[in-house]
Design a protein around this ligand. Structure first.
Ligand code: COA
Ligand code: AMP
Length: 633
């Protein structure tokens, strides 16, 4: 007999429109759809065409009207400010409505873009939901990005307003966001009409007369704004993510499909029940934060935890266990890197013994490969299912997972289990032909993508097609390579482009190369992602200096590290580069980045048949040894 999972998967494949219409019926619509799926203009597909809804209404007001106004919606837990504060559905809705009113009063209306550059405080969540409430489109920019990155996003989405925190708090330092915002606006061609600045006590930012307004005073004097009906196909947000160049891609998310998919995932993937506490230990600047700190738990009627802290050092490696106990967390979602950090500090999980985790059911890991050692460590210590699942900014919700709410399947370490119902994943070779089970190939998803996934890139239909749909016509190219075994388990092995994953953060090595190349002494460069015990991968730069440069190499390397920090931001974690005489290339001039990465990681590699000069490879190996790379353990 087919398993529960097989049955649900088959139902979604057999009649996707019925499957998703059933899921959508759980939510509130001002007007239902004329068509569940509009497949009339491939490769573009639209879900719930003709419907009208409001995501904020579904996330907050709907629960209040159902009698759950007093239920906790959000718990702000901030070890860095020593604060814990709970907001009920009513309190959060009222705060959101006031902020939405303040935004309206400053001219923000449906369809306007609003950039949010904020620390992990409740006001960031309020800002996102306030946009949703009045039909404005938010674009959250992670605080670890530098002004230039923020400016690129300002120029691309042309926000009417920016909402920013005065500062963020990193262990041991206050990161002043407002001066970074000022610099970004100075660099950007597009100038936002106004900014709301949320002043935190650690740094009171000076405000620019006429442009900047104090968040708290604006909210104080505002009249609450009601929810505005929007089309299901109106964008809820734009989230920029690294592509293959230094220019980020504006992933668009529509209101209707997003709401339906996330709501479905809370029960079926995460096995949650309304009223339970769900914690995604990420940042609202990443897709995990959008989907699983803010929207999914609230849409489903769960309490979400907003944690402003780290897995270690705030104050110790028991921080996650403390939060789980204190707030009765049922499911935690984080990146494997967080568990590697905890394991490094507390290898025997001694701190875990201090806490009562009775309410805790499941740990979910995503954002990067979950290495089997870390998964086993978590399983052995937590004695709960540890679920690796795979997805990306573009999809907004899991593509592969062990769908605990449907049926807990046996775990295979190294695999995020099976394809989530709604996705039709195939493995194709470079010619677009299907490969045999167990053979590695390009991981693609047959179109149409299920609801919730990106319908396009912001103002860039051509870029959407070029980036994702052209290489394998009829399929969305995930950019990941891997295989599906005989049992239908998927294994994600590597990227097929230059994206690397640093501490679960997605970064483009191409973007870093552009920065290195801008240094006056650099003739040529390459950046590769090398293995790192804590962060999974870290970037490593190779630079060839211009002829005649005689300044000390150490000094140039320091300047390069500083330059990446200034131009991309500390989040790039670019800390090391090596000066080499030349870069290994194919005869046609293509830099052999993959081979360089293998040399650095002391992995076996095949001598590329088309290499220009094989001797360069041993030069590279020698240059890397002083940095501790290219050595067998
Ligand atoms: N604002 C400003 N700076 C920030 C920032 C923010 N919101 N977030 C990170 N940074 C800075 C850090 O301070 C660090 O700066 P440094 O080079 O001066 O030390 C740099 O960006 C790199 O940060 P990070 O990659 O987070 O490394 P870390 O060494 O500070 O911490 C971990 C390592 C593993 C503890 C951390 O990555 C972590 O908590 N990961 C949890 C998982 C996670 O959040 N995943 C996201 C996707 S699910
Ligand atoms: P992001 O868009 O930042 O969420 O990054 C998405 C990318 O991270 C994917 O395309 C994968 O390369 C990688 N990734 C995410 N989750 C996993 C996972 N569970 N296993 C392996 N790689 C993953």
């Amino acid at each position: 007999m087919a398993s529960q999972y097989d049955q649900v998967y088959a139902a979604a494949m057999a009649d996707p429109e019925k499957f998703w219409a059933d899921a959508a019926s759980q939510l509130h619509w001002y007007k239902t759809w004329d068509q569940v799926l509009d497949a009339g203009s491939p490769p573009f597909y639209r879900w719930f065409v003709g419907a009208e809804t409001n995501t904020c209404y579904n996330a907050l007001d709907r629960h209040i009207e159902a009698g759950h106004g007093d239920r906790a919606a959000l718990i702000y837990d901030s070890p860095v400010t020593d604060t814990i504060r709970t907001y009920s559905n009513t309190e959060l809705r009222d705060a959101v409505a006031k902020l939405a009113g303040a935004m309206k009063a400053r001219g923000v209306t449906k369809g306007d873009r609003v950039i949010i550059y904020m620390a992990m405080t409740p006001e960031a969540v309020m800002a996102m939901l306030a946009c949703a409430r009045i039909g404005a489109i938010h674009s959250v920019v992670f605080g670890g990005f530098a002004p230039r990155e923020l400016a690129t996003r300002i120029d691309d989405c042309k926000p009417k307003m920016v909402i920013a925190s005065s500062c963020g708090l990193e262990p041991g330092r206050v990161v002043e966001y407002k001066p970074l915002l000022d610099q970004a606006i100075a660099i950007a061609t597009h100038k936002p009409e106004c900014c709301f600045i949320f002043q935190r006590p650690m740094y009171q930012a000076p405000l620019q007369e006429g442009r900047d307004f104090d968040f708290a005073s604006e909210v104080e004097k505002a009249a609450p704004a009601d929810c505005v009906p929007v089309a299901a196909t109106d964008p809820l947000y734009i989230l920029y993510t690294s592509g293959t160049t230094g220019v980020p891609k504006g992933v668009v998310r529509h209101n209707g499909g997003h709401m339906v998919a996330l709501h479905w995932s809370m029960k079926n993937v995460y096995g949650m029940k309304p009223g339970e506490v769900y914690w995604a230990a990420s940042d609202v600047g990443w897709v995990v934060g959008h989907s699983y700190i803010v929207y999914a738990p609230l849409l489903y009627g769960c309490t979400t935890v907003l944690y402003e802290g780290k897995p270690v050092g705030t104050p110790d490696a028991g921080a996650y266990w403390r939060v789980i106990e204190q707030h009765k967390v049922a499911a935690l979602f984080t990146a494997p890197t967080a568990f590697r950090a905890i394991k490094k500090e507390d290898p025997k999980a001694e701190l875990l013994k201090k806490y009562d985790l009775t309410q805790f059911r499941t740990l979910f890991l995503a954002g990067e490969r979950a290495d089997p050692d870390t998964v086993r460590w978590a399983e052995d210590n937590l004695k709960r299912p540890v679920i690796d699942h795979w997805w990306q900014t573009e999809t907004g919700w899991p593509i592969a997972a062990n769908c605990t709410g449907i049926e807990l399947l046996p775990v295979k370490h190294g695999s995020p289990t099976k394809i989530v119902p709604g996705y039709d994943v195939r493995i194709l070779d470079d010619d677009g032909q299907p490969v045999k089970p167990g053979d590695i190939g390009n991981i693609v998803i047959k179109l149409p993508l299920p609801p919730g996934c990106l319908p396009t890139l912001w103002n860039n239909d051509e870029g959407f097609k070029k980036s994702y749909l052209t290489r394998f016509p009829g399929y969305y190219n995930t950019g990941d390579a891997g295989y599906i075994d005989e049992d239908g388990y998927i294994f994600i092995m590597s990227r097929t482009d230059d994206i690397i994953n640093v501490a679960g953060h997605r970064l483009s090595t191409g973007g870093m190369e552009e920065v290195l190349a801008s240094h006056p002494d650099v003739a040529e460069c390459a950046v590769v992602g090398v293995a790192d015990q804590l962060k999974g991968q870290v970037p490593l730069g190779f630079v060839v200096l211009k002829a005649g440069v005689s300044r000390p190499e150490d000094q140039i390397v320091q300047e390069l590290v500083q330059l990446v920090r200034e131009k991309i931001g500390p989040v790039a974690a670019f800390k090391q580069a090596v000066v080499v005489k030349r870069l290994p290339k194919t005869r046609s001039g293509k830099i052999l980045r993959g081979t360089m990465q293998k040399i650095a990681d002391a992995q076996e590699y095949r001598m590329p048949a088309t290499i220009d000069d094989p001797a360069i490879l041993s030069e590279i190996g020698e240059a890397l040894k002083p940095l501790g790379y290219a050595k067998r353990p």
